[in-house]
Design a protein around this ligand. Sequence first.
Ligand SMILES: Nc1ncnc2c1ncn2[C@@H]1O[C@H](COP(=O)(O)OP(=O)(O)OP(=O)(O)O)[C@@H](O)[C@H]1O
Ligand SMILES: [Mg+2]
Length: 221
Amino acid sequence: MSILEAKEISKVYTVDHRNITVLNQVSLKVEVGEFVVITGSSGSGKTTLLTLISGLDQPSSGQVFIDQQNITGASEDDLAPFRNSIIGFVFQSYHLVPSMTALENIMFPAELLGDPNAAQKARQLLKRLGLEERADNLPSQLSGGEKQRISLCRAMINQPKLLFADEPTGNLDSENGKKMLSQLVELKTEQGATLILVTHNPEIAQASDRVLTLKDGRLSE
Ligand SMILES: Nc1ncnc2c1ncn2[C@@H]1O[C@H](COP(=O)(O)OP(=O)(O)OP(=O)(O)O)[C@@H](O)[C@H]1O
Ligand SMILES: [Mg+2]
């Protein structure tokens, strides 16, 4: 059964009255439990694609189905709670809330769902990623790699069915990158999640079920 389906989605940005087609009728189907890697050169539209297939942004045309539900054109009021309950997103630039501690950032999506165990779950995740001692640090007091791991904890706290990770090892050296990847895959497997990950790292691509490449607005296998 598919957890995600994109049907001929396009994204056109208008800058200075000029239209730039970043994605040109891209279709994609992902099965439950799959680990799919998306690759492509800088500026090829990888982040754009992730924001569309996760419902963070709307395509210029085409449709996106998550868990058999058509999310295209849905209002942000409807989409936000839906996303928070079934989607986890590890952003390329972290998107941590600057005024919240590491622990508070991780807890936040669970608190939004009224989960009484938010703090306990957040501490468990911190511990697994070896960051217990950073619980009370603000994002400005964390290294890039630490922020990336905090962002992973936050993405996993609601046990998402669908996890998106945009260059999650981009700020890590190869040893810590490997560690983070194995932790990511471990959590994914444990929770039975589906993983869609953007990376340039050939080792990560090798560990996946399928590699898709974006080029000239098109996606190919
Ligand atoms: N909001 C926007 N308005 C206009 N152009 C945009 C916007 N967002 C992205 N673009 C353009 O769309 C193209 C794709 O950007 P995107 O961020 O998806 O690339 P990427 O493959 O993720 O690159 P990288 O590997 O550097 O992260 C780029 O040329 C970028 O300049
Ligand atoms: Mg990107």
